[in-house]
Design a protein around this ligand. Structure first.
Ligand code: DC
Length: 236
């Protein structure tokens, strides 16, 4: 029986973190946790309940008061073979990927009380190990003791093109320019925000995937995982 470790994958928007995290979790029979989906569900809730004003500012006090009413969880869809996000019992997997949510999610994720609530939940989800979690602050804040950490990056134009194709395949109407603007503004916001900004953990392995295929990234991550598990078994 191999030891179950926790794996943290952080990085910029639309870097393919979730593609690699999902594939690695599947290979290892681990649980994949998409923390971005949790912030997106929170942004959807804020939009639905009028906590984001027409001028784009957030009613932080109102949202904070409502936080106990927000229930976010994941369920595995056996037919589709992946995890879907639920907000107060409703499947919101499609809505949370919309450009409207993408355009507001960075602001929502900078609300301190939102982060406190979601980080607590994420820590609890990883308590028993065997988790592959992707996000922005996993290696630095949520799982600082994760046995293995990766930090993914890629050229922003390449990321926007990949995201544009993904949205198109999901039937979302948009333009490459709009997606590139969103990627750039989220990078700016995510790295400069006051609360838990995106930052590489000192002990994270950097993967710049601008010129790497998904298979190459997967093989690299798996080789690191096997090395880590092997070294831990050697010690124990
Ligand atoms: O990974 P994603 O693009 O779906 O994430 C959506 C937003 O949520 C992203 O702009 C920043 C925020 N986020 C965060 O602040 N912390 C995380 N651990 C994950 C996402």
């Amino acid at each position: 029986m191999k030891q179950k470790i926790n794996i943290a994958i952080d990085g910029y928007s639309s870097c393919g973190k979730s593609t690699i995290a999902k594939a690695v979790a599947k290979e290892l029979n681990y649980v994949y946790i998409d923390t971005g989906a949790m912030y997106r569900a929170m942004a959807l809730y804020a939009l639905q309940h009028g906590f984001i004003h027409a001028n784009g500012t957030v009613d932080t006090a109102g949202l904070e008061k409502a936080l106990d009413l927000v229930l976010i969880n994941f369920k595995y869809n056996f037919d589709l073979g992946f995890i879907e996000t639920f907000l107060n019992g409703q499947n919101v997997e499609k809505e949370i990927r919309s450009l409207q949510v993408s355009n507001h999610v960075s602001k929502i994720s900078d609300v301190k009380a939102v982060r406190v609530k979601l980080v607590k939940l994420q820590k609890r989800m990883a308590e028993s190990g065997g988790v592959v979690m992707d996000g922005r602050d996993i290696g630095t804040v949520v799982l600082p003791n994760a046995e293995l950490k990766f930090f993914m990056t890629a050229d922003s134009k390449v990321r926007a093109q990949r995201r544009y194709e993904e949205l198109k395949s999901m039937g979302v109407e948009t333009t490459l320019e709009e997606v590139l603007n969103n990627v750039n503004s989220r990078d700016e916001y995510d790295t400069t925000r006051a609360n838990d900004p995106l930052k590489r953990a000192d002990d994270a392995v950097v993967i710049d995937n601008t010129h790497l295929t998904i298979e190459e990234q997967f093989q690299f991550v798996m080789s690191q995982v096997m090395k880590k598990i092997g070294s831990l078994e050697h010690i124990s």
